[in-house]
Design a protein around this ligand. Structure first.
Ligand code: SAM
Length: 297
C-alpha cells in the first residue's frame, strides 16, 4: 500500500494553486442551471487539521495557505479571494486556519442540490477519514464515496446523464507509473466524453516523466481538437544543496502545475490576475515564478 498521506501536505503552495483553479472553474460551471457531475479521482481524506501532528511536522501549510491569512496581505485578486473565503468558511473568522478543506469539501460547498459528486479513494486510512468526514454533511444522493481505483472507476460515469462534468485528477505520483496512467486516463476519458472539463494536477520535479506529462497532455488535447490551459507555480529553486558539514538538503516540492482540457473560458483571465499574487505571497526564494499558457495563445 502507498505511504503518501495528504495530511502532511494539505494547504501547501500546490494546494493553493490546485484549489484556486478548482474553485474558479467550478464557479463558472455552476452558473448554468443544468446538473453538473464532479468526479474526484483521488479524493484524499476530505478535511485536514493544520494544527495536528502531520501538518505541524511538515510545516508546509505555514508557507502555503497560512500566508494568505497574514495581517499584511494586500487586496486579493477575485480568484484568490474566493479561495481564502472558502477556506475561512471552515474556520473561525479572523483566525489563521486550523482546518483545511480538501477537494471533496471544496467541491461540495459549491455544488447545488441537483449536482453530483463522486469521490474515489484507495487508501484504507484516508478512505475511513473521508467517509467519516462526509457523513457529517448529510449530503444524501448528492455525494458518493467509492473505495476504487479512481483512474478505472471514473470511466463508468463518463458521460454523465446531463453531459456536464468536471473531472479532477490529482494523484500523488508516488510511483512513476502514475504519469503514464494520467495520460491513458485522459485519452480514454476524452474518447468517452470529449466535452467534459478535465483538470490534472502534477508536480514539477527533476524527473523526465513530470516534465513530459504537460507536453503529452497538450498534444492529446490538440489532436482531439480541444482547448487547454496550463498554469504553473514555482515557489523556490529545485536545487539540492549541501550544508557546510556536507549534509544534503533537498528542497521539498518546489513547483507544480495544473493542466486543463476544455477549461472554462473565464479561467485564463482569473488566473492572469491571481498567479502573480500567488508568486508574491508564496515565494520562498528569488526563483519564484509562474507561467500561464492556453490553446488560444
Ligand atoms: N485531491 C485531494 C485534495 O485536493 O484535497 C488530494 C489527493 S492526494 C494528492 C492523492 C490521494 O489519492 C491520496 O489520498 C491517496 O491515498 C489516493 N490514491 C492513490 N492512488 C489512488 C488510486 N489509484 N485511486 C484512488 N485514490 C488513490
Amino acid at each position: 500500500m502507498f505511504s503518501y498521506r495528504h495530511a502532511f501536505h494539505a494547504g501547501n503552495h500546490a494546494d493553493v494553486l490546485k484549489h484556486t483553479v478548482l474553485i474558479a472553474a467550478l464557479q463558472h460551471l455552476i452558473e448554468k442551471d443544468a446538473a453538473l457531475t464532479v468526479l474526484d479521482t483521488h479524493a484524499g481524506a476530505g478535511l485536514y487539521r493544520l494544527d495536528g501532528d502531520c501538518a505541524r511536522t511538515s510545516g508546509e501549510a505555514t508557507h502555503g495557505v497560512a500566508r494568505l491569512f497574514a495581517p499584511a496581505v494586500p487586496a486579493l485578486a477575485p480568484a484568490l479571494q474566493s479561495y481564502v473565503e472558502l477556506v475561512r468558511a471552515f474556520n473561525h473568522p479572523g483566525d489563521t486556519p486550523r482546518v483545511y478543506p480538501g477537494s471533496p469539501f471544496i467541491v461540495q460547498r459549491l455544488l447545488r442540490a441537483h449536482d453530483r459528486l463522486k469521490l474515489f479513494e484507495l487508501h484504507p486510512t484516508d478512505l475511513r477519514s473521508l467517509a467519516g468526514n462526509v457523513a457529517q454533511l448529510e449530503a444524501g444522493r448528492q455525494l458518493a464515496v467509492l473505495h476504487e481505483d479512481g483512474f478505472a472507476g471514473v470511466r463508468k460515469f463518463l458521460p454523465p446523464p446531463a453531459r456536464r462534468a468536471l473531472v479532477l485528477c490529482d494523484p500523488s505520483y508516488e510511483i512513476k507509473s502514475d504519469y503514464g496512467k494520467v495520460l491513458d486516463f485522459a485519452t480514454d476519458a476524452l474518447a468517452r466524453f470529449a466535452t467534459g472539463a478535465y483538470a490534472f494536477w502534477y508536480p514539477i520535479i527533476p524527473r523526465p516523466e513530470a516534465h513530459g506529462l504537460p507536453r503529452r497532455l497538450r498534444t492529446l488535447a490538440n489532436q482531439a481538437g480541444r482547448g487547454w490551459l496550463h498554469a504553473t507555480l514555482t515557489v523556490k529553486s529545485s536545487r539540492i544543496t549541501a550544508s557546510a558539514d556536507g549534509e544534503v538538503r533537498r528542497p521539498g516540492l518546489p513547483a507544480s502545475g495544473m493542466f486543463l482540457i476544455n477549461p472554462p473560458f473565464t479561467l485564463k483571465a482569473a488566473l492572469q490576475a491571481a498567479l502573480p499574487q500567488m508568486v508574491q505571497l508564496l515565494a520562498q526564494d528569488r526563483h519564484a515564478a509562474h507561467t500561464l499558457e492556453s490553446s488560444g495563445g
